[in-house]
Design a protein around this ligand. Structure first.
Ligand code: FES
Ligand code: FE
Length: 434
């Protein structure tokens, strides 16, 4: 029997999990549309996915100096990320412990302490409460400041990527990333990398999973959705997106390596830096890379893209968060990353190539966001046909992974399979079960 969205609203969490088990069938290549649109799924997802797993909060290079700070959030709750006077990065729930006022209201800055705008409690950026207006007069000796420090949030980083979680029992980040680190080394560990400029932020009327799904495994759309870019000669051919590897590891992580590439699209001067940071096998991947597109579960996607501009091939590296902010709505936050030691002119051109391709005005971004919003809208209807709609994820079910690739994970030797999306939804479902 097909249960309607109305039934879902009235189900207990346990009944919802049973229903998800019946209808979300990654191994069969069948994913129901309601998981992109149903408000009760959105709520359960917040509780069982975003409150339980590691979520990306930023890059260490965004706060390079002592006392730098930035505001981010973990699963919708505002968090201050601070570099203390001891050069340690710490994160605190952005809430004054006196009466719950939001403590810091600026996006970014440099401050050794934060003064609450309600009654003026002053907190050092290591979380300690260091000042209370008129303390002696009004509290005498009764106020123990050491008990009123800010609430610390658990954060860990990998090669500059900072993640936070509210789950004290979450496995260490290094285990959560597991084998996927081999590929993250190529993305962000190949050289000393830095974020340039503030992240780009824009709001999309789309479910966040569509972005993650698109980056984790959908190379198939490229030749159609972005066909105009091939016609402009900025990418080699309409079918270039098939060549390479699709790879996934445990915990829903996955990526696509576009290979081979006859041209080296990274700064030549940095070859020795790359070689010193990567194994020979990782360097070979980098040297032959046409593009690299993937997703760290749940919602941090990344991209190394090569674009020919004015006859010159140039790569750009970016990471992007599909941050859910409401049912059917997300904020996209995209960071441009570049090799710190690259020539200034190369950095400038790389950033231009990022803005031209992936940014609110970028040619790839505009193509993709049309698709994301249309899919969300179609899944959101109240007609039975929309409630019962399932998507087809059967591509490549008949294929066997290869074993002769140098990197870890389950590897397919071209990118046109949906194995990565099936792996993504399998882990999503496992978490949804609580
Ligand atoms: Fe912050 Fe009172 S709520 S000082
Ligand atoms: Fe795309």
């Amino acid at each position: 029997m097909i249960k309607t969205k109305k039934n879902l609203d009235k189900m207990t969490d346990n009944e919802k999990v049973d229903y998800l088990n019946e209808t979300v069938l990654p191994e069969e290549g069948s994913i129901p549309a309601y998981i992109l649109a149903d408000p009760s799924i959105y709520e359960l997802e917040h509780k069982n996915v975003f409150m339980k797993t590691w979520v990306f909060i930023g890059h260490e290079s965004e706060i390079p100096n002592k006392n730098d700070y930035m505001l981010r959030d973990v699963a919708g709750y505002s968090v201050i990320i601070s570099r203390t006077a001891d050069n340690e990065i710490k994160a605190f729930y952005n809430m004054c412990t006196h009466r719950g006022m939001k403590l810091c209201r600026a996006d970014k800055g440099n401050n050794a302490s934060f003064v609450c705008s309600y009654h003026g409690f002053n907190f050092k950026n290591n979380g300690d409460l260091i000042g209370v207006p008129l303390q002696k007069d009004i509290y005498g000796d009764t106020l123990d400041k050491s008990k009123l420090g800010l609430i610390e949030v658990r954060i860990e980083s990998y090669k500059g990527l900072l993640f936070g979680t509210w789950n004290e029992e979450a496995e260490p980040l290094t285990y959560f990333l597991g084998d996927f680190k081999w590929y993250l080394d190529i993305l962000v560990g190949r050289a000393d990398m830095e974020v340039v400029g503030p992240p780009q932020r824009f709001i999309l009327h789309s479910n966040w999973k569509i972005g993650a799904d698109n980056f984790v495994g959908d190379s198939y759309h490229t030749m159609v959705t972005h066909g105009s870019i091939a016609k402009l000669g900025m990418v080699p051919s309409a079918t270039y997106s098939k060549m390479g590897y699709q790879i996934h590891t445990k915990n829903g992580h996955g990526l696509n390596l576009g290979m081979p590439n006859p041209d080296f699209a990274f700064p030549e001067d940095l070859k020795s830096e790359y070689k010193s940071n990567l194994s020979n096998e990782q360097y070979e991947v980098l040297a032959n890379l046409k593009n690299m597109i993937g997703n760290i579960f749940p919602n941090l996607s990344f991209l190394i893209s090569h674009t020919k501009i004015k006859d010159q091939l140039i790569s750009n590296t970016s990471i992007r968060l599909w941050k859910p902010i409401d049912n059917g709505k997300m904020e996209v936050i995209a960071w441009f990353l570049v090799e710190k030691n690259a020539p200034e002119e190369w950095k400038k051109r790389s950033r231009e190539s990022f803005i031209l391709t992936f940014s609110p005005s970028g040619i790839f971004e505009q193509d993709d966001t049309e698709v994301f919003t249309d899919i969300t809208q179609a899944a959101t209807g109240h007609m039975p046909v929309m409630k019962e709609l399932t998507y087809n994820y059967t591509m490549g079910l008949h294929r066997k992974p290869v074993t002769d690739f140098a990197g870890p994970g389950i590897v397919y030797d071209d990118k046109f399979t949906e194995a990565n999306q099936r792996n993504f939804y399998r882990y999503w479902l496992d978490l949804m079960k609580g």
